[in-house]
Design a protein around this ligand. Structure first.
Ligand code: SF4
Length: 388
């Protein structure tokens, strides 16, 4: 069967399946029944409805990583993007197999930070400040720390396993948008009085969380790899508490203050809720901000008849609008596309991997190598041990 994948011009409110999609959906249901308890399907909130309807759990990356960790299923099919499937592989047993239905489903934000650039940044900061690598505190064979002020690396869940491993090996931790504040508090406690946090890859989540914690904007700096630093730049880095990698989410970057003003003009009593991956100005102009789970709970709590504009991925907004017909729910950007990589998980790919599993194949396995596994597991387990 030839499947033509739709582009951005999709009516997200129309969830009726075409005859072709109906056939695929019925086959997925049959295959799921056939695989029974051996199979767990995880679906991120940004997936399309025709995928979500087959997910055993729907959630954000934090919740789904916990579901993967708790599961004993033999095959975990992750309907999300590459870094999520990697995290699931790190957290599950060696015998469990994590599968990504389409191997091209990556994340443009995660791709903005690679191990070579982050390592270069790390070394440059340690050479040009009086900070220590936390590894010196933990390993008695290394030189004693200079002055108990450390550089603590924190990586957003949206990053490669190699970066999670780097973070784990250097006394750092992983965060998600639902626990970023608690994680940064943990990191600053370990950094010491004059220590710093290097946060990657999303500058906006780091900046918005830092501001919410009361860190002045003057004590934050953005690190762009390859940019030559002069004396003044190093003075600013030395005065900063939070060093933010330059990365961003191409979906959340699109939400603007102008869109909020327009919505408020048309809906004077309307409420605006956005994701913290949006730029600072957009977050400041909104009524509130938080992770996908926070947004879901927030919408649920609003009274009937509320007008709510949401600044996050369109599949999730459209689903919330359907779940709450008593509220007027819209996306802040009326021209928004879905996250193009999340959208690469088409039901035809899900059907295909399930079909191949039942035939004894292991298709599209995401396997994190052993050398990367240990450090990244440490960083993820540190995160999972901290209450939000
Ligand atoms: S929404 Fe943004 S951060 Fe999330 S997967 Fe898509 S590009 Fe990456």
């Amino acid at each position: 069967m030839t499947i033509s994948l739709p582009m951005c011009s999709v009516d997200f409110m129309d969830t009726s399946l075409s005859p072709e999609e109906e056939v695929i959906s019925n086959r997925i249901t049959e295959l799921k029944q056939q695989l029974g308890d051996d199979l767990l399907i995880l679906g991120h909130h940004y997936q399309r409805d025709s995928i979500v309807m087959h997910a055993d759990f729907l959630g954000d990356s934090f919740m789904l990583s916990q579901k993967a960790a708790d599961s004993s299923a033999k095959f975990i099919v992750f309907c999300g993007v590459h870094f999520m499937a990697e995290s699931a592989d790190i957290l599950t047993d060696d015998e469990q197999v994590v599968i990504l239905p389409n191997l091209r489903a990556g994340c443009s934000m995660a791709d903005m930070a690679n191990l070579a650039d982050v390592t270069r940044c790390w070394n440059e900061i340690l050479e040009n400040t009086d900070l220590d690598d936390p590894i010196n505190r933990e390993d008695p064979d290394l030189p004693a720390p200079k002055n108990e002020n450390y550089l603590i690396p924190v990586t957003y869940m949206n990053s490669s396993a190699a970066l999670k491993s780097f973070v784990g090996e250097h006394g750092g931790i992983v965060c998600t948008s639902s626990n970023a504040e608690g994680i940064l508090n943990w990191a600053f406690e370990r950094a010491g009085k004059n220590g710093k946090v290097l946060f990657f890859p999303d500058q906006h989540l780091g900046r918005n969380t830092g501001l919410a914690m009361g860190i002045p904007i003057e004590q934050m700096t953005t690190w762009t790899p390859g940019e030559k630093k002069n004396k003044q730049d190093w003075a600013h880095i030395n005065d900063s508490k939070l060093i933010l990698w330059h990365g961003f989410c191409s979906v959340h970057k699109r939400f603007t203050v102008e869109q909020i003003d327009e919505f408020r003009n048309e809906n004077p009593d309307g409420i605006v809720v956005v994701h913290p991956e949006c730029p600072r100005e957009t977050v400041d102009a909104s009524d509130t901000n938080g992770s996908t789970q926070f947004i879901r709970n927030f919408v649920q709590q609003q009274p009937s008849g509320s007008s709510i504009a949401i600044g996050t991925e369109i599949n999730m907004v459209a689903r919330l609008a359907k779940e709450h017909p008593d509220k007027k729910i819209e996306c802040l950007d009326d021209k928004i596309c879905p996250c193009s990589t999340m959208y690469m998980i088409h039901p035809a790919y899900l059907m295909d991997v399930l079909e191949r599993i039942t035939e004894g194949e292991i298709p599209n396995q995401i396997k994190v190598t052993k050398d990367v596994q240990n450090g990244s597991l440490l960083a993820l387990e540190r995160m999972l041990s901290i209450k939000k």
